[in-house]
Design a protein around this ligand. Sequence first.
Ligand SMILES: [Zn+2]
Length: 468
Amino acid sequence: MRTIVRNGRIVTSIDDYSADILIEDGRIRAIGRDLEVGSDARTVDASNLLVLPGGVDVHTHLDWEFGASHTADTFGTGTMAAAFGGTTTIVDFANQSRGAGPLAGFDNWLSRAKSACIDVGAHMIMLDIDDAALADMKILINEGVTSFKMFTAYPGVLMVDDGQLFRAMRVAGANGAMTCVHCENGPVIQVLIEEALAQGRTGPKYHMLTRPTLMEAEATHRAIRIAELAGAPVYCVHMSAAEALQSLAEARDRGIAAHGETCPHYLFLTLEEYDRPDFDAAKFVMTPPLRTHAHQDAMWRGLRTNDIQVISTDHCPFCFHERTLGAKYSKELGRDDFSKIPNGAPGIETRLPLVYDGGVRTGRISLHRMVDLTATAPAKLFGLFPRKGTIAVGSDADLVLFDPNERWAIRAADHHSRVEFSLYEGRPITGRVKKVLLRGNVIVDGAMWLGREGMGEFIKRGASGGLA
Ligand SMILES: [Zn+2]
């Protein structure tokens, strides 16, 4: 099976040139001008298009049970949506269940992930961190699960205490794995939530008002300091607060292996969305919540200065209406109580066009920086590089053919997620994903879907948390 991508403008995190790409057995065999190939090779024309490395999204929650709720996308629907958005690899969250070991959680995740249409890796969410679980972490690392996630938020549901966090970080760091931390002070936030509810403040806006930036900053600082003592690399997920970013920047300046990620919703939306009438604001209930313009500016600054290395989606899809898929998949679970609104929003299909349109075209970041933030850096930090995250001889032929000039508008009706709304409904965009190749197979061609469920492979990742 040979394919040649002709006449494209190849853009990586460092390169920008026009050449042909010859693909053989799913990998890039050669890159060059006017490559000679036999007549058996299939040609993909990339004239007037950018050829980018397939996107790597290291923060998704597909087919995930979260308290009383369940995310709305299967691995099949979620990864098809990802592909249409120019993403060819995700790293999704497997989780330990209370009272069960992490290995059982990983087996459960593997069986759910079988329907994936693009390549998938797993982080493991750790909940009960005892000696047996710590031993299982080493087994998982050998299986290619080279990152773990812990929460300082959601007491009684997902939260671990600082001692557990420290113990897990030490094991991860000593064995070549990254620790991802959801940084918010859960117990303090719980007090604020209970006080708000006692005062009859039940609307979606109170989700934002009970999760102050200071408590994101406090937990970010704490997680980084604990990682520092543990001698382990740390990755702060979904950063939204300027004060939290300040802690990260300070640690990085001291040479600590601390890393950060933000998400498109923090870059393109602000807390004004919570003033929407009726229950509509519930669509924007994700954690951390949307912040002010000043915090948004701080995130952009962090992307420019490399204090933040990654833009991931935190695609955690819940429908708006109960009638769409059923109550547990829906925001309506929290109609009378904001603390019961499932936390999370869709976004897996809109990352690349949003960052191109709102980041590159506006001059906030360069085209190379966009590729770095959405493909190369996450691949490097999470043990996927150079197989994923770049365009090079020997790398997987995961390619996105992108038209930088096409104008269109985001419409949930055109999306492939099972969620019936978009946070960006009607937003005009310039720049669109036209074709996507997964290991040399064209899986997206304009509006046409040529992929299939099950063609995604589980990727055993190498050591994580190294230098980006
Ligand atoms: Zn998340």
